[in-house]
Design a protein around this ligand. Structure first.
Ligand SMILES: [Zn+2]
Ligand SMILES: [Zn+2]
Length: 472
């Protein structure tokens, strides 16, 4: 008798950080674990001014290696646009570990009948991004209009999302998928334990030990160990960093000290999806009798995330939150200058223009990313104001060029810079320790530029090649 085959095929996240797309097949059951955008592959050919053409459907994406050429997964409208044959979906589901773009965004291209399983919080985040965001083909995550769009009135096609929480057990054919929460730099992050006919496959997603909830990651490791897995797919973003130099706690103390010492304007730049960091700055603002000023885009995130009471995120109408309304269109703050969705935030008591922020600059911390630095021209910060850079320091040439530009702005406005950040990923010794505890038969490192470093300390490492099927 021929036994059912169980296999893993990696279409992304191979020798690169992110872009994970892992096909798990068990007999007739076929699921993808994550289906992310690969920033690395995209930046080989494209930049902010050159993007794949949406007029060619999937064509440019497949030709330039951004999407795998796999049968029976893609939207029929996009297949048709590049002369490829329409196909009914041949996979049963996609399981997303978390809502970061490098794990989630390219579900935009998938056939709408393929159900997407994800954490409840991740679902809220994707909704927030969809309500606030631009409509490009790489961001048609929640719903989309069939291309080519003939009329504005066309109803969008909705995807099927199936939100879960820890403790869920989801059956797909012969597979049973158990999501277990982990701590990462975005809430609603999970690792998966997938029970197959050849034993369990454990997938870490992205995780860390030094955030605000290391207990969640420890629980995942415990459950993974108990499943005596045949395979472990482990992230290795920071396998080359042996010890952990920081923690969210340390970031909070350092930034709070910096804010407490100044009586001038404070600007903070951090990733707003990192809800731990958002809470860190919200609490720093409060304890220094300041209000936290957020962008219009961030207001959508607060609106959606404050619906989850467990997250303890302030609502956009909280008395300590200010929504910064930027100048658009005519520059006169007319309603028509803003998108229909944005208008809900325009006339609230706590929506302020740059002029009002200028007059109250000693009483706020303004969350301002580099891409919103034009606002500084209207805010006119007092000389010697503070800029907190709570993001990773530049680690490649492109980032160094951007960082120089950022420094030019700081110099122009005579802002002082303070740097403090901790990563969303576990360091090398923690990853090795995690693998030793879980004790899988085979280890597949992904989401890393240095998979070979795993071989120095661990046995049974399988170095992955892209699009090659590995049988368990
Ligand atoms: Zn990632
Ligand atoms: Zn991530």
């Amino acid at each position: 008798m021929v036994k059912n085959k169980t296999s893993l095929t990696f279409y992304g996240g191979v020798n690169e950080i992110g872009g994970n797309k892992i096909l798990l097949q068990d007999g007739d059951a076929r699921v993808f674990l994550d289906f992310g955008l690969s920033f690395g592959k995209r930046s080989i050919f494209y930049d902010e001014f050159l993007s794949p053409r949406s007029a060619c459907g999937l064509g440019d994406f497949i030709e330039m290696g951004l999407l795998p050429n796999v049968d029976g997964i893609y939207r029929e409208d996009l297949l048709a646009m590049c002369g490829m044959k329409k196909q009914k979906p041949k996979i049963d589901a996609v399981f997303l570990t978390h809502a970061h773009a490098d794990h989630a965004n390219y579900i935009s291209f998938l056939h709408e009948e393929i159900p997407i399983y994800l954490g409840e919080t991740a679902f809220l985040m994707l909704n927030a991004a969809a309500e606030s965001g631009t409509r490009s083909m790489e961001y048609e995550i929640i719903d989309f209009k069939r291309r080519p769009v003939e009329s504005k009135k066309e109803e969008p096609v909705k995807r099927t999302f199936k939100p879960f929480r820890t403790g869920a057990k989801i059956k797909i054919g012969t597979l049973e998928i158990e999501p277990v929460h982990v701590d990462h730099s975005v809430p609603g992050a999970y690792g998966f334990i997938v029970h197959t006919s050849r034993g369990a496959v454990v997938y870490t997603g992205d995780l860390r030990m030094h955030g605000t909830k290391p207990k969640m990651t420890r629980e995942f490791i415990e459950r993974a160990k108990a499943s005596e897995p045949a395979a472990l797919i482990v992230e290795g973003t920071r396998i080359d960093v042996s010890h952990e130099p920081s923690s969210e706690d340390k970031v909070k103390k350092e930034c709070n000290n910096a804010v407490a010492k100044t009586d001038k304007f404070v600007v903070a730049d951090f990733n707003f999806k990192d809800v731990d960091r958002l809470r860190t700055f919200f609490e720093i603002a409060r304890s220094n009798s300041r209000k936290l000023v957020v962008s219009l885009k961030d207001a959508f995130m607060l609106k959606w995330l404050s619906r989850d009471p467990k997250l303890n995120v302030p609502s956009y109408s909280d008395e300590d939150i200010i929504i910064h309304i930027p100048k658009r269109g005519t520059g006169t703050y007319r309603e028509n200058d803003y998108s229909v969705n944005e208008r809900q935030f325009l006339n609230l008591n706590n929506s302020w223009t740059a002029e009002k922020i200028r007059k109250n600059q000693k009483r706020v911390i303004s969350v301002l990313s580099f891409y919103n630095f034009n606002e500084l021209i209207d805010i006119k910060p007092e000389d010697g104001s503070l800029f907190i850079h709570s993001l990773s320091e530049p680690f490649n040439e492109e980032m160094r060029v951007d960082f120089k530009r950022l420094r030019n702005w700081l110099q122009h406005f005579k802002l002082r810079m303070f740097q403090s950040h901790c990563s969303g990923h576990a360091c090398g010794e923690e990853l090795i320790d995690l693998a030793r505890q879980i004790k899988p038969k085979t280890i597949f490192p992904v989401h890393t530029e240095h998979p070979r470093l795993f071989c120095r300390k661990l046995r049974s490492i399988r170095l992955v090649k892209e699009a090659v099927e590995y049988e368990l």
